[in-house]
Design a protein. Structure first.
Length: 210
């Protein structure tokens, strides 16, 4: 049975969102990310539908009709529905897990948390990525700030998605971006960020990415 991508409304810089991104990566899922930094249209969409107290992350699974908030609930759902059922100990409910996720974001404070003026494309971009890659992370921050929806194909170590990418491109390297709006495909985080700035950014960053 063909499955559509799960929709995930979230933003970089949020430890609860990061926990869910780690689950997505472990399970090698294809997920359409709809970035929700402060002031973004995707954030307003959820707030208008579910109320001002709505929190992030928020997941919508078109394959089952399930919608839910709360990172721990989303993680349990993903492993029960798309995994073997057991949540890894590193992602199990508890304050230590959230603190660990937060520590991983400590040196990227505010990156990806506030929107910048942009002209997002009509079709979601395609990003081959892994949550553990620091080079993929800075691309994700850029996509988030520019509020660009993107289908992420997660490629953690041992994932069959790596072989799929190799068969498609002749090598495995993340991040790898495909833009169906222009036909452009790019490796290298610096080249990807430069492309996104030229194509979709209106407001340029005050601090250059490193």
């Amino acid at each position: 049975m063909n499955r559509g991508p799960i929709l995930l409304y979230e933003f970089e810089g949020c430890p609860f969102c990061r926990k869910v991104r780690e689950a997505v990566s472990i399970l090698s899922l294809e997920v359409e990310f709809r970035p929700c930094p402060q002031g973004s249209s995707f954030r307003r969409e959820i707030k208008e539908q579910y109320g001002a107290k709505s929190c992030f992350p928020f997941m919508r699974d078109p394959n089952t009709g399930v919608e839910m908030f709360e990172s721990d609930d989303i993680i349990r759902y993903l492993f029960r529905t798309y995994g073997v059922g057991d949540v890894p100990s590193s992602l199990q409910k508890g304050i230590s897990t959230t603190l660990t996720a937060g520590l991983g974001l400590l040196f990227r404070v505010n990156r990806g948390g506030v929107r910048r003026s942009s002209d997002p494309p009509n079709l979601p971009l395609i990003l081959w990525s892994s949550e553990g890659s620091p080079y993929a992370k800075i691309v994700k921050e850029e996509l988030c700030e520019l509020q660009i929806a993107h289908l992420q194909i997660s490629c953690p170590r041992g994932s069959p998605q790596r072989q799929r990418m190799f068969e498609k491109t002749g090598r495995f390297q993340v991040p790898y971006l495909e833009d169906p709006n222009t036909g452009v495909s790019l490796y290298e985080s610096s080249a990807i960020i430069e492309y996104l700035e030229v194509m979709y950014a209106v407001e340029k960053p005050l601090i250059k990415y490193m």
